[in-house]
Unconditional design. Structure first.
Length: 318
C-alpha cells in the first residue's frame, strides 16, 4: 500500500478516536446528569460495558479460530494495560478522592476476580464449571451497580424535585451521540492499530515490539481514549469507574465465555500463569489498596503503576 494512504488512514483513525471519545463521554455525562446516577456508577456500568466490547470480540474470535493464547492474553493483558498504563496516567494527572460506598465492593471484586483466575488457571486449563464462580462475581458486580444506580436516582429526585422531563428528541440525540462515539472509537482503534503497525514496520521497528505495544494496548484504546477525554473534562470519577468496571468484566465474564466456547476446557499458556496473571494481580493490589484504606488515590500510585507496567513490557520483549 502507498505510504501516504497508510499515513492518511492512520490519521483518520486518530481523528475518529479523538472525536469519538468526546461524543462518547459527553453522552455518558448527560446520562448521569439526567438520571441522577452517580458518574462513577455510569462509568462502571454503561461506559465499561461499551468499552470492553473490543476485548470480548477479539477473545471469542480468537478461541473460535484456534488462537487460544491470543484470546487469554488479550483479556488478561487488557486488565494489566488498563491498570498499569491507563489508570496510572489518570491517577498521575488527577489523584481523585473516591466514594467508599461506590468504590469498595467493586474494587474488592476486581482483586478477587484476578486472584481466583490465577488459582483456577494454575493447572494450565480453565474448566467451564469452576469458571462459573467468576461469572458469579460478575453477577454480584452487576447487582451492586443496579442497587447503587437506584439509590443515586432516588437521592437525586429528593435533591432536585424540580428537574424536568427530558424531551424525546433530545434523549434520542444524546443516546445517538453516545452510540456514535463508541462506534467511532472502535473503528478508529482498528485503523490506528493496523496502519500504526504498518507504519512502524516501514520505519524499521521490530515486529516483537509492535506486538507487545500496538496489539496489547490496542483493545484497551477505548478505555484509554475515555480516560484521556475524562481527564481533559475533569471527570475523574467517570474515568476510574470505567477502568474498574472494564477490568471486572474482563476478568469475570470474558474468560468464562471463552471457556464455554472452547468446549469447556480453555487451555492456559505457561506465560499467562507464571507472568501475566501475577503481574495483573499485583497491579490490582497497588491500584486499590490505598483508596480502600485512605479513600483517595495518590500520584505516587500512578508513578508506581506506570513503572510496573514498563517493567512488565520489558520482560515480555526480552
Amino acid at each position: 500500500m502507498n505510504v501516504w494512504i497508510t499515513v492518511l488512514l492512520f490519521l483518520l483513525g486518530l481523528l475518529l478516536i479523538v472525536k469519538g471519545g468526546d461524543w462518547f463521554l459527553d453522552g455518558a455525562v448527560w446520562i448521569a446528569e439526567t438520571t441522577g446516577v452517580p458518574r462513577f456508577i455510569i462509568g462502571a456500568t454503561i461506559v465499561s460495558l461499551a468499552t470492553t466490547l473490543p476485548e470480548l470480540t477479539v477473545s471469542v474470535t480468537g478461541v473460535l479460530q484456534g488462537e487460544v493464547d491470543l484470546a487469554v492474553g488479550n483479556a488478561v493483558g487488557s486488565v494489566t494495560a488498563n491498570l498499569g498504563l491507563i489508570l496510572g496516567i489518570s491517577v498521575l494527572c488527577i489523584p481523585s478522592v473516591v466514594s467508599k460506598k461506590q468504590f469498595h465492593l467493586k474494587a474488592i471484586l476486581m482483586v478477587c476476580g484476578a486472584a481466583l483466575l490465577l488459582v483456577l488457571c494454575r493447572g494450565g486449563v480453565l474448566p467451564f464449571l469452576p469458571s462459573l464462580v467468576l461469572f458469579a462475581i460478575f453477577a454480584v458486580y452487576l447487582g451492586n451497580n443496579i442497587v447503587d444506580a437506584k439509590a443515586g436516582m432516588a437521592e437525586s429526585r429528593e435533591e432536585h424535585p424540580e428537574r424536568r422531563t427530558v424531551s424525546r428528541r433530545k434523549m434520542c440525540m444524546k443516546l445517538a451521540m453516545f452510540a456514535l462515539g463508541i462506534t467511532a472509537i472502535v473503528i478508529g482503534s482498528r485503523l490506528l492499530i493496523d496502519y500504526g503497525s504498518e507504519l512502524a514496520l516501514l520505519l524499521g521497528v521490530p515486529s516483537a515490539i509492535i506486538g507487545v505495544t500496538m496489539v496489547a494496548i490496542g483493545t484497551s484504546l477505548p478505555e484509554l481514549v475515555t480516560t484521556l477525554t475524562a481527564i481533559a473534562k475533569k471527570e475523574a470519577s467517570m474515568s476510574v469507574g470505567n477502568i474498574i468496571g472494564a477490568n471486572v468484566i474482563d476478568l469475570t465474564m470474558i474468560l468464562p465465555v471463552c471457556s464455554a466456547v472452547s468446549g469447556g476446557r480453555l487451555t492456559i499458556g505457561s506465560q499467562t500463569t507464571t507472568l501475566d496473571l501475577p503481574v495483573c494481580l499485583l497491579l490490582c493490589c497497588v491500584a486499590v489498596l490505598p483508596p480502600l484504606f485512605k479513600g483517595k488515590f495518590y500520584r505516587w500510585q500512578g508513578v508506581l503503576m506506570l513503572a510496573l507496567y514498563a517493567g512488565y513490557v520489558v520482560l515480555l520483549v526480552t
